[in-house]
Ligand binder design. Structure first.
Ligand SMILES: NC(=O)c1ccc[n+]([C@@H]2O[C@H](COP(=O)([O-])OP(=O)(O)OC[C@H]3O[C@@H](n4cnc5c(N)ncnc54)[C@H](OP(=O)(O)O)[C@@H]3O)[C@@H](O)[C@H]2O)c1
Length: 297
């Protein structure tokens, strides 16, 4: 397993388990199986309505709390300073744990700055080990970081954003990299909305490397330094997903490739208005890049 490191030296697995559609008893079973398969990062949120299920699975897994990295997120009902504090306590109650590993503001709400003050305090109080944001991009992200600086507040440690082979978020990643903020992708398989699993280029690369197209799709993001939280209920795919992050030195050649895919399109169109045109020129996955990738994996 490959890890990313926060600025304080703590690290987290680059491949985690997305839980947005995990519910009830069957959901708990899915989570137990995923932990058994080797996942050590669970990505939940108040919005998913499943923090309680995640907490139950954690306790039933037999793993110690420290062995599993738990992320949760505060959404609109908790948009405000006092509300965010209440949201943290609510999430901890649902999860049945004293702390989470990472607490995010789910979306750039108008009250995000007030929420951020509460998150900083929650971290100081030991209720979360790390704090960050989600879906903060473009101009909004830049303004938020400038505000943190001006207020003398800590900056986010991680930004969870939509990213996949068709939308690698070069501009936002550039900002995050310059600031030493970790980047984590949601929808790394495009929520199944685009043809990741039978994309001809991903399939071709996979066949030459003895990998699935899904592994190639994740490998590409990981190679760019983007952590991923794919969702998958197909248990037989889990081990393969987890091994997407097994690095060897030749793969490092990928890192030099600027934008393997340039058919850059967001699934949901977040913040397109504030991104430059460079972010969504269209030309598809290039064979030059494919060749460079085929060194060996
Ligand atoms: N911060 C945010 O705003 C935000 C937004 C959306 C999601 N998220 C987080 O990101 C996680 C992942 O995003 P997502 O679930 O939207 O999309 P995703 O991971 O891009 O795609 C999930 C889809 O891919 C399929 N799939 C996964 N692995 C596969 C494989 N090896 N072969 C074939 N199909 C496969 C799944 O099938 P099955 O249906 O059979 O499992 C599911 O339909 C969520 O669970 C959530 O934790 C965060």
């Amino acid at each position: 397993m490959q890890y990313l490191t926060f600025s304080n030296g703590d690290s987290f697995p680059m491949v985690g388990f997305g839980t947005w559609d995990v519910r009830g008893v069957s959901g708990e079973r899915v989570l137990l199986d995923a932990l058994d398969a080797g996942y050590r990062l669970l990505d939940t949120a108040h919005m998913y309505g499943n923090e309680r299920v995640v907490g139950k699975a954690l306790r039933a897994s037999g793993l110690s709390r420290e062995e599993v990295f738990v992320t949760t997120k505060l959404d609109r009902p908790y948009a405000g300073y006092r509300k965010a504090h209440a949201g943290v306590d609510h999430s901890l109650g649902e999860l049945g744990t004293d702390y989470v590993d990472l607490l995010l503001i789910h979306e750039p709400y108008a009250q995000a700055r007030d929420m951020w003050r509460a998150l900083v305090e929650a971290r100081d109080q030991g209720k979360t080990r790390h704090i960050g944001v989600s879906n903060f991009q473009g101009r909004y992200l830049a303004d938020f970081l400038a505000w943190c600086d001006a207020e003398g507040l800590p900056q986010p440690e991680l930004d969870q954003i939509e990213a996949h082979v068709y939308w690698t978020q070069e501009e936002t990643r550039g900002v995050l990299a310059r600031r030493g903020i970790a980047c984590q992708a949601w929808a790394p398989f495009t929520e199944g909305r685009r043809r990741v699993f039978d994309d001809p280029t991903l399939t071709q690369v996979g066949e030459r490397q003895g990998k699935t197209s899904a592994q190639v799709a994740l490998r590409y993001l990981l190679q760019l330094g983007i952590a991923v939280v794919p969702s998958c209920r197909i248990a037989c795919a889990w081990k393969k997903t987890l091994t997407s992050s097994t690095l060897n030195s030749t793969q490092k050649a990928w890192l030099g490739l600027p934008g393997w895919t340039r058919d850059a399109r967001s699934l949901v169109g977040i913040d397109l208005a504030v991104m430059s045109r460079r972010s969504y020129c269209s030309c598809g996955i290039t064979l030059r890049c494919l060749d460079s990738m085929l060194t060996s994996w």
